[in-house]
Design a protein around this ligand. Structure first.
Ligand code: MG
Ligand code: NI
Length: 475
């Protein structure tokens, strides 16, 4: 009898998704799908609001990524107001952004994914979480929590609060950095660096020990898209778009992000509210691309800070056929390298001579009808595109969210891992956890992607061919 297994909802991800596994009569996985079934319509209800509200309105899309939306919105408004923020404002925006990069990546790795790697995919679900990690490896857990706190404190020091800041405005920011905050953060850099180095050593050890497993776990070619500097170096706040194909060939470089609609199109499928963006010239689904830490480290020439560049050399050695680093598990490694980069960049920014300046806002006298703001959010490239009327009311909004761009890749990852690890005739909970772990590599934020928040216990349902519920397992 053929059956369908549902993993619903997926645990230890941000938001609510579900996986269905379609089994043949022998219990082997025929097909797998990652469904995102929340719908929120954020783009629609921004219409009619005044443009100046967008940084504080769009950041309510998500409690995990508010800083990223706040920033992308502000950048779109810089364009609409035809204004360039003063250098100190740009540095403070980037500093806040680095705080977000550090705290988000630390949450993803230490809280959500490390329990699988360090306690085992088959550890009891009740232990396979941050509290289990605290019990088994208290020193490491403390470092992970400490890194996240460091990132959050950077955000709070710069933007006034950790979540939902009201800091970026068109043409700049509205708050100077206090010298006491700069000094307090600077004093914590050395500890933060040593914590992430410990995490990197541990993860490299895991990846080396499990090389075969990692190489076969959700590994496939794809395009990769991200912002880089004009020289092709790692860039999170500004820059130009770059796309490489699965063989490592540069297919787009120095592409103006304002023209993203010529580069990216979005397909839809009737079983998911999450769209499927693709690289337009290659079509759908061939043009599916990945974004986020793995894409950024595959695409960039250099990182630009010494300690992270030293790690990048090892990252490159992991490439399939000497070209691209394809295995989904290397997302975790790329994420930790980016935490190191983030700390180094915070250190650089804090020592800029004008970082305490109060020249923070450039005046605007012009109003344009359209603006695109693009940043590299922790999870990947984030596009905010607004159209305004002559009174400054928002007429239309288009948001393309990082996790959405990894949608096709997450489906591929789920299918590959389910086919290799799930046996419907001898179903074990650990098999399904591996399927979830494939998704966690991408650290999707489903709250953001559906532009839903909530976490419930994992439910696995077995359906027979007539869609009758045959059994149910709950965690
Ligand atoms: Mg959208
Ligand atoms: Ni989010």
């Amino acid at each position: 009898m053929s059956r369908v297994i549902k993993i619903d909802p997926i645990t230890r991800v941000e938001g609510h998704g579900r996986v269905t596994l379609h089994l043949d009569e022998e219990g082997a996985v025929e097909a797998a799908r990652f469904h995102v079934v929340e719908f929120r319509g954020f783009e629609k209800f921004c219409e009619g609001r005044h443009f100046s509200e967008m940084p504080t309105l769009t950041e309510r899309i998500c409690g995990i990524c508010p800083v990223s939306h706040h920033l992308a919105a502000a950048k779109a408004l810089d364009v609409i107001c035809d204004v360039t923020p003063p250098p100190t404002a740009t540095k403070l925006r980037e500093l806040m952004h680095m705080g977000q990069l550090i705290q988000s990546h630390a949450l993803s790795f230490f809280h959500l994914s490390a329990p699988d790697l360090l306690l085992g995919f088959d550890a009891p679900p009740a232990k396979r979480n941050i509290f289990g990690l605290i019990a088994e490896q208290p020193e490491l857990a403390k470092k992970g929590i400490g890194l996240r706190k460091f990132g959050q404190d950077v955000i709070a020091a710069v933007a006034g609060r950790k979540i939902h800041p009201d800091f970026c405005v068109p043409g700049g920011v509205n708050r100077a950095l206090a010298s006491t905050d700069r000094d307090a953060l600077s004093a914590r850099i050395a500890d933060a660096k040593s914590w992430v180095h410990d995490g990197l050593t541990l993860l490299r050890g895991y990846l080396e020990q499990h090389r075969e497993f990692v190489a076969r776990f959700a590994t496939f070619p794809s395009y990769y898209l991200c912002l880089t500097t004009p020289d092709g170096d790692l860039e999170h706040y500004d820059g130009l778009l770059r796309v490489k194909d699965g063989a490592g060939k540069l297919v787009e470089d120095r592409y103006d992000p304002a023209n993203y609609l010529s580069l990216i199109a979005e397909a839809t499928e009737d079983w998911s509210y999450l769209k499927f963006p693709f690289y337009r010239p290659a079509g759908y689904p061939e043009g599916s691309y990945r974004v986020g830490p793995l894409a950024r480290l595959n695409n960039c020439e250099r990182i630009g800070t010494p300690e992270a560049d030293a790690e990048l050399a090892y990252f490159r050695s992991l490439a399939t056929d000497g070209a691209m680093v394809e295995a989904s598990m290397y997302f975790h490694y790329a994420r930790l390298i980016e935490i190191l980069f983030g700390i180094e960049r915070v250190e650089q920014l804090l020592s800029e001579p004008d970082i305490l300046s109060d020249d923070l806002i450039a005046e605007s006298t012009n109003l344009k009808s359209e603006g695109v703001g693009v940043i590299e959010a922790p999870r990947g490239t984030l596009f905010h595109h607004y159209f305004v009327d002559e009174h400054g009311s928002i007429e239309k909004v288009n948001l393309i969210i990082a996790s959405g761009q990894n949608n096709q890749a997450m489906n591929q990852a789920v299918t590959q891992v389910a086919r290799e690890h799930v046996r419907g005739n001898a179903l074990e909970e650990a098999m399904l956890n591996k399927v979830e772990a494939a998704i966690r590599c991408y650290d999707p934020c489903l709250s953001c992607s559906t532009h839903a928040l909530g976490q419930m216990p994992l439910r696995v349902q077995l359906y027979d061919v007539e869609q009758r519920l045959r059994s149910e397992i709950s965690r």
